[in-house]
Structure formats: structure tokens, C-alpha cells
Design a protein around this ligand. Structure first.
Ligand SMILES: Nc1ncnc2c1ncn2[C@@H]1O[C@H](COP(=O)(O)OP(=O)(O)OP(=O)(O)O)[C@@H](O)[C@H]1O
Length: 271
């Protein structure tokens, strides 16, 4: 960890409409250069926590600071700037399939391209940068191919290059390998980890496969029913320590088990 936290979340509470709290007192810090795996069973609040970092979650209480901005009290124009500084990678890649790989990467620069660029094409500097990024993710030889002709793993690499085209300060990856086979999953997570280390960008990645999280992260944050039950460096954790996130999820009739572990049982390490 070097430098101050680029993301700082304190006592975050989120509820959708009149519904129950789906995040209840969440704390999270992201430091330059670290890859943080976000774990938790389905519905534990991982996507909602990520959404809170881009101003898309209904915040009921607590604070969210992203690259120095208070997300609970941000003018609309500023919110756009913060979003531009957050690179996002999704499970389904979200590329425009009929466009070329290169054009897909170039769309990552749209936030700083004015209407003239949109109408008249991208600058040669942007094109050069996009090609450099495609080279970095190992897909430069596919630059002119239609995005939809690529394999899932290749498409996710293009999506990562597109995110880097924004010159992001942080990267959020919401289940980026859920649609990929094991080999591709390792390769994509290794790439994200390299980006964290080499560019000093914190990468927050939500995952469902524990061995992948244990192999490819510096720190693990685990949610259960909207609360952080695990927060520790990865090298101090193993699969057994993460059981607390998944144990007794459902009673046989499908209802939530009221005896689920709460904060008192959590694995915490602020060393
Ligand atoms: N837009 C919404 N409106 C109402 N409830 C929502 C909305 N989005 C999420 N929720 C609820 O909030 C809770 C947390 O959902 P969230 O998607 O953050 O969990 P998750 O851990 O990312 O799950 P998964 O692993 O299945 O993606 C769930 O109970 C979900 O039903």
C-alpha cells in the first residue's frame, strides 16, 4: 500500500426505496496498487457496494469518498467527472459487438472527447494510445476485427483496455470472470492484478470462486447480509476462514436463517 486511500467508505447504509437495509454499516478502503476481492453470497450487497462508488446506490447514511470527492453531496457535473475516473469491467463485457475491437477501446476516451471528436472520429493520439493498450492486453492483432468475433476471454481483455483508456484512478470489476472458463479466469485476473501493481490503481473485483480470490488478491473483503464479516490480507486467510460468509445461507424451506453470523463473528485484521 502506498499513498492515501483513493476510496474511503464509512458506516455506509443503503436501502432501495422503502425496503430493508441492503448495506448496513459497511467500511471499505482502497489503496493505490492493491487488488481487493469482494466476496459474499448472492444478494449480500457486492454490486450495491460497487454502485455506491459511482453514485448509483441510494445512500441512506454514512459516507463515501472516491478520489477525494464526497459522493453523498456532489453536484451533477462533478459526479460525471468522478464516474470518468472509475474504470468499470462487467461480467458480460458490454462491448458493441458490431464495432471493431479498436473502436470499442476508443469509446473509453469519450468522456474527454467533445462533439467534434464524436462526429469526426478519434484523434491520432487516442488511436495510438488505444493500440498501446490493446498490445498490453495481448489483443493488438485483433484490432480491426469485430468485437463479437472474439472469445469471451479476449472480449474481457478488450473491455479492460477500454477501461484503461479512461485513465482511471480506480477500477471496479463486477464478476469479471463469471462467464469465462477457468484458464481464461486466471488470465484475466492476473491481468487486473498486474494493472493494480504496475499502474498503482486499486482494483476492486467481486468474485464467486474462492480459490480465484485467494490466488489473485492482496486483500479480501467479505460481505454477508450487507455487513462486512471479513476484512484481511489474503495471505492470512484460507477457504475455512471464508466459510463464515456462506454458512447456513438458507433454511430448507428457502427462508434466510436468522442465526447467521453477525459482526461479532467477523474476521478482522487492520494490521
Ligand atoms: N435496484 C434494486 N431495487 C431493489 N432492490 C435491489 C436492487 N438492486 C439490488 N437489490 C437488492 O439488494 C440486495 C443486494 O443485492 P446486490 O445485487 O448488491 O447483491 P450481490 O451480492 O451483488 O448479489 P449477486 O452476487 O447475486 O450479484 C438484494 O437483496 C437485492 O435483491
Amino acid at each position: 500500500m502506498t499513498g492515501p486511500a483513493l476510496v474511503s467508505v464509512r458506516d455506509l447504509r443503503v436501502a432501495y426505496g422503502d425496503g430493508p437495509l441492503v448495506l448496513d454499516g459497511v467500511d471499505l478502503d482502497l489503496f493505490p496498487g492493491e487488488m481487493v476481492a469482494l466476496l459474499g453470497s448472492s444478494g449480500s450487497g457486492k454490486s450495491t457496494l460497487m454502485r455506491s462508488l459511482t453514485g448509483f446506490a441510494p445512500i441512506n447514511g454514512g459516507s463515501v469518498h472516491v478520489v477525494g470527492h464526497d459522493m453523498t453531496n456532489l453536484p451533477r457535473r462533478r459526479l460525471r467527472d468522478v464516474r470518468a475516473s472509475v474504470g468499470q469491467v462487467f461480467q458480460q463485457f458490454n462491448l458493441v459487438g458490431r464495432l471493431s475491437v479498436l473502436t470499442n477501446v476508443l469509446t473509453g476516451s469519450l468522456h474527454d472527447a467533445g462533439p467534434i471528436n464524436l462526429a469526426g472520429g478519434f484523434s491520432s493520439a487516442h488511436r495510438r494510445r488505444a493500440m498501446e493498450l490493446l498490445d498490453r492486453v495481448g489483443i493488438a492483432h485483433k484490432a480491426t476485427d469485430q468485437a463479437r468475433s472474439l472469445s469471451g476471454g479476449q472480449q474481457q481483455r478488450v473491455a479492460i483496455a477500454r477501461a484503461l483508456m479512461q485513465n482511471p484512478r480506480i477500477v471496479l470489476a463486477d464478476e469479471p470472470v463469471a462467464s469465462l472458463d477457468p484458464r481464461m479466469s486466471h488470465a484475466v485476473l492476473e491481468l487486473l492484478h498486474d494493472i493494480a501493481r504496475q499502474d498503482g490503481i486499486p482494483v476492486l473485483v467481486s468474485l464467486h470462486v474462492l480459490p480465484l480470490a485467494l490466488e489473485h488478491s492482496d486483500r479480501i473483503v467479505g460481505l454477508r447480509h450487507g455487513e462486512v464479516l471479513v476484512s484481511a490480507p489474503t495471505d492470512r486467510l484460507d477457504a475455512a476462514a471464508l466459510d463464515v460468509l456462506y454458512a447456513h445461507d438458507e433454511t430448507p424451506d428457502g427462508a434466510h436463517d436468522d442465526t447467521h453470523p453477525r459482526k461479532a463473528d467477523r474476521v478482522d485484521d487492520h494490521a
